[in-house]
Design a protein around this ligand. Structure first.
Ligand SMILES: NC(=O)C1=CN([C@@H]2O[C@H](COP(=O)(O)OP(=O)(O)OC[C@H]3O[C@@H](n4cnc5c(N)ncnc54)[C@H](OP(=O)(O)O)[C@@H]3O)[C@@H](O)[C@H]2O)C=CC1
Ligand SMILES: Nc1nc(=O)c2c([nH]1)NC[C@@H]1CN(c3ccc(C(=O)N[C@@H](CCC(=O)O)C(=O)O)cc3)C=[N+]21
Ligand SMILES: [Mg+2]
Length: 290
């Protein structure tokens, strides 16, 4: 019987934020530069509001400036594009994040393309995706960056390990696969058309689940001793009418099979915000030639 250890993303993220705060304080003291992060939220999605509030609080705690822009759900695409243009031109703003999803009448591809790549701290702009793909310095999407940080911390060198990423979105699955490839993993990307998904998953030394389906990955899909990174954030109803968060992996079933596993909550989620602050610091340094 394998002893399954949880990966404490919450503690790792808190530690990372403390190290970022020290570097921010240094930057302010020695260069007089305060990193600034602008977060744009269109509409009133309650989950998005929680994330945006958490991001703003942690940005301030790290000693950075936080600029919150809350726009009504019926904001015209042209008005959102005009705001992005202003933030692009504002020297106090080093990072820009437009919270997704956007309301249906707004073309998110167009909005992401309008963000200055040097300020694209989400790493969603095609220029950053392309730079990552060809191996140039890029701003890397926060969630995959956080996943790989946790993996390197717990496993050390990832070279030669077999990684299976379930999900191929531009914001999680695809960049996660790129980063694992960069670490010399042998990478498989699985998705909704994959034949024998359980069989693919069973090959994985590192299994990354980024699907958005509550507890889809079952215990017997996991190779004994594998490291499981559960990116999923799914709100499911409880008996009392409230909701609870579950991941894309059946966490209970993974006990005694996985070697290491990220819990939900407390795993990948907190790392996403810490990496956003890391990217904002990186973007600020580059914009100032440091
Ligand atoms: N922890 C964090 O910080 C973050 C968590 N998330 C969470 O991660 C999850 C994934 O997010 P995101 O990538 O944006 O989601 P998307 O919906 O954009 O992508 C989901 C992917 O899963 C694949 N998929 C769907 N159903 C199946 C299935 N039955 N079998 C195999 N593959 C399937 C889809 O395949 P196909 O391409 O073929 O349709 C798609 O590639 C969500 O739960 C989201 O809430 C997201 C961002 C940050
Ligand atoms: N432009 C853009 N960039 C994003 O990075 C982005 C986005 N849009 N839209 C939504 C998703 C989702 N996302 C999360 C961030 C933090 C947690 C997080 O902190 N989770 C905690 C707490 C969760 C809770 O209690 O609600 C945890 O898992 O422990 C989760 C999910 C970023 N996203
Ligand atoms: Mg992000």
């Amino acid at each position: 019987m394998i002893e399954t250890k949880p990966i404490d993303g919450k503690a790792f993220a808190a530690n990372l934020r403390a190290r970022i705060a020290e570097q921010v304080a240094d930057l302010v003291r020695t260069r007089g530069v305060t990193p600034g992060l602008a977060v744009v939220l269109v509409g009133e999605d309650p989950a998005s509001q929680v994330y945006v509030r958490n991001k703003a609080a942690q940005t301030l705690e790290a000693g950075m400036a936080s600029f919150e822009h809350k726009l009504p759900a019926d904001t015209a695409e042209a008005d959102l594009l005009a705001l992005v243009a202003r933030l692009n031109a504002d020297p106090a703003v080093n990072g820009i994040l437009v919270q997704l999803p956007l309301p249906g009448h707004i073309d998110s591809t167009k909005v992401l393309a309008a963000i200055e790549p040097a300020k694209d701290v989400d790493g969603f702009h095609v220029v950053n995706a392309g730079r990552l793909a060809v191996g140039l310095d890029a701003l890397v999407p926060c969630t995959p960056l956080g996943c790989v940080m946790l993996l390197k911390h717990h496993l050390g060198n990832l070279s030669g390990l077999k990684a299976v990423v379930v999900g191929r979105s531009n914001i999680v699955g695809k960049p996660a696969a790129q980063l694992l490839l960069k670490e010399d993993c042998t990478v498989t990307i699985a998705h909704s058309r994959t034949r024998d998904l359980p069989g693919e998953c069973r090959q994985a030394d590192i299994l990354v689940a980024a699907v958005g389906r509550p507890e889809m990955v079952r215990g017997d899909w996991i190779k004994p001793g594998a490291t499981v990174i559960d990116v999923g954030i799914n709100r499911v109803p409880k008996e009392d009418g409230k909701t609870r968060l579950v991941g894309d992996v059946a966490y209970g079933e993974a006990q005694g099979i996985a070697g290491l596993i990220t819990p939900v909550p407390g795993g990948v989620g907190p790392m996403t915000i810490a990496c956003l602050l890391q990217n904002t610091l990186t973007a600020t340094r580059r914009q100032n030639g440091l």
